[in-house]
Design a protein around this ligand. Structure first.
Ligand SMILES: Cc1ncc(COP(=O)(O)O)c(C=O)c1O
Length: 394
């Protein structure tokens, strides 16, 4: 794929190196091998690194094809794919932080990030951590210290969909000599472009939109050669977080339809969000595409051409029992923790959740996190309405 002027739909299908298979197969074969024949003709071998085919943990062809495809799609210099989104996150946090360094991170963030920064990194590795409201740019500026090495942002934030002012955060970090990592899992690389705003490390759980079909775990980090190669050596070769060839192949296949899926996801989610917003049973709703979202101006600035992805946070009036009854009566939409799948998934965070005190006040009495799928908006809306009625919520 050498034409730089292809559009995103074409790049998603054709991007990534295609090997010439001896049988003429058009699709990439799955290289299920742990070992490779090592040259005996005196040619150089990168025994402990990522530059030779030696052993599947150093690199494998399916992983490399997926990395090439991600670079073609996002314009990243380099990509690394790992066994899960969490492997990608710790693959960023551990190699670039040392004892005595300081990190600024959103207090609203994915649960594993929360635990890494509240427990493991400070207690085991003596990393100083400031957890704050990352949507408050002045709080970020005030939290900078001479030893701040990283600001970690989620765009949009899980589970609130809050949006940081990425340009300002990048400016603050770089002036202070810190890196910025941005987990854009909630939007995927089609609806938001962190690298174009100067972020150093863009992270995705590929388990979600990139794969999209709810059948494989994976994570990726995108960025400059020197940073990504360090993650490859650390997280892949020496910690062992390599993505299996089979999962890399599955995710490459999912990635081919990412632009089409994000267009449909975004269109359907917008209609569902508008329906929920005007429904008297709704206590509150946050969706970046709605004018009422507290950072809608940032959605306009950072999210792509009216595509705001499909993550909605909302709550209904009524008791906890009624909300459980609502979930129990949904037929099309499933109560499950993941997101970004072709099918609609919803999860209820009840008010006793241990992260609640850090969430914006309106979230603290409980809320639903809704990942709108690819079903038609009319069917999703009908399913929600009949479940609201069955639960007796007004
Ligand atoms: C924003 C975000 N980042 C990272 C992860 C972790 O991804 P994985 O489950 O692939 O490890 C998740 C999972 O839900 C997530 O929502």
């Amino acid at each position: 794929m050498d034409n730089k002027n292809y559009t995103v739909n074409t790049i998603a299908v054709h991007g990534g190196a295609r090997k010439d298979d001896v049988f003429g197969a058009i699709n990439e074969p799955i290289y299920m091998t742990s070992n490779y024949r090592i040259p005996t003709d005196g040619s150089p071998v990168d025994w402990a690194g990522i530059n030779s085919n030696i052993y599947c943990r150093n690199r494998n062809p399916n992983q490399m094809v997926l990395q090439d495809k991600l670079c073609a799609l996002t314009g990243a210099e380099e990509a690394v794919v790992l066994a899960s989104g969490v492997a990608a996150l710790s693959g960023v946090f551990i190699p670039f932080l040392s004892s005595g360094d300081h990190v600024i991170v959103s207090e609203v963030c994915y649960s594993a990030v929360n635990l890494l920064f509240r427990k493991y990194l400070p207690q085991k590795y003596n990393i100083e951590v400031t957890l704050l409201d990352i949507t408050d740019t002045e709080a970020v500026r005030a939290a900078m210290r001479p030893n701040t090495k990283l600001i970690h942002v989620e765009m949009p934030g899980n589970p609130t969909t809050g949006l940081a002012d990425l340009d300002e955060i990048v400016k603050i970090a770089h002036e202070g000599g810190a890196l910025v990592s941005c987990d854009a899992t909630f939007a995927g690389p089609i609806c938001i472009f962190p690298l174009k705003h100067g972020v150093d490390l863009e992270i995705h759980s590929m388990t979600k939109y990139i794969n999209g079909h709810g059948d494989s775990l994976g994570g990726c980090v995108l960025g400059r050669h020197e940073l990504i190669n360090e993650i490859k050596e650390f997280a892949m070769v020496n910690i062992g977080g390599i993505l299996s060839p089979f999962n890399a192949w599955m995710i490459s296949r999912g990635l081919c339809t990412l632009p089409l899926r994000m267009k449909q996801h975004s269109e359907v989610a917008m209609k569902v969000a508008e329906y929920l917003e005007q429904n008297p049973a709704t206590r509150f709703i946050w969706y970046p595409g709605l004018k009422s979202h507290p950072q809608h101006d940032r959605a306009l600035k950072y999210m792509s051409n009216g595509q705001y992805s499909a993550m909605i946070s909302f709550d209904l009036h009524g008791t906890d029992e009624q909300k459980m009854k609502f979930l129990d009566n949904l037929h099309l939409i499933t109560h499950a923790v993941s997101l970004g799948d072709i099918e609609s998934l919803i999860v209820y965070n009840d008010k006793n959740g241990d992260k609640m005190p850090h969430y914006p006040k309106i979230f603290q009495s409980g809320f639903f996190r809704f990942s709108v799928g690819l079903e038609s908006a009319e069917d999703i809306i009908a399913d929600i309405q009949q479940a609201i009625d069955a639960a007796g919520i007004r």
